[in-house]
Write a protein that binds this ligand. Sequence first.
Ligand code: CP
Ligand code: NVA
Length: 341
Amino acid sequence: MRPSPPPDLLSIADLGPDLAAIVRRASEWKAERRRRRTAVALAGRTLALVFEKSSTRTRVSFEVAMYELGGHAIFLSSRDLQLGRGETIADTGRVLSRYVDAIAYRAMRHDDERALAAGATVPVLNALDDREHPFQVVADLLTLYEAWGGRFGGRRLAFIGDGNNVCNSLALGAALVGLDFVAASPAGYASPPEVQQEAKRLAAASGARIEWTTSPEAAARGADALYTDVWVSMGDEAETDARMRAFDGYRIDAALLAQAAPHVRVLHDLPAHRGLEITDDVIDGPQSLVWEQAENRLHANKAVLEYFLAPRLASRGRAVPRRTGIVRRSAPHRRRRPRVR
Ligand code: CP
Ligand code: NVA
């Protein structure tokens, strides 16, 4: 692990070479939960959850993660904040930083994540925006890490569908940990060129192969894992009709599964639209890891929250803290100079 975490987690690429260690740490937290439910790693820490979009998994797994690490989470719908009445995002970040130790932000636009980070003096953690979904991908990598006995090298993950926030973070995350990745999207719906370039740049260091194609069959052929996500993401609803036409055929069904390796596993970040991007027999079938993947959001969140909020503990690579009964702040409240005045 690097001596200190980055200031914020706006892109999964911000985790850099620490990503693999965070995934291993998430696996430790998962094992620890089977023994007991609460720890003191984040005692005295508070996380604000500022959400502009709906959520089931992200909200609940953040709240439970903070509770089980001895900290506290406050859910703040943007509709209820003064944000909804015109207070600026940067001012909101500046003020929340006076109360809480980090802000998880589910934003409509990636630029708004940057605006919040510019005003905040505590870490801003991207809980999904139109460009990335980093916490999801830490959980996805944990799921594959466990399914494959702790190794990513020599494996290939194929993403079928929209080159959206999930696909972008997957490409970058796979590149960081040395996992081969291919995305199959219809023309005009692939990841943005700058994401593709960044993923390929990161892959050059890890040795991973990262590719984009328009053919679901070519992507699935021999793949060790298939992944899909909704055709219409939150915020894209106005394009629903065009997307339904464009994505027909970009579906994980039995026929596509048959193209993949015999041991293939299937992932979906959820919520799923059964019968569209994935069929019932696949999501409920024996190759599906989808429900394990959903649970893994909790364990992944713990590892990432610890990384940002208890940096000295995490950087020492210590095992899950022993239950001492003594509650200490393991690192000082991190303050940095506001980037906006
Ligand atoms: N996968 C995911 O982020 O789900 P929610 O939108 O329910 O949080
Ligand atoms: N791509 C989806 C992910 C939902 C968790 C969306 O942004 O709506």
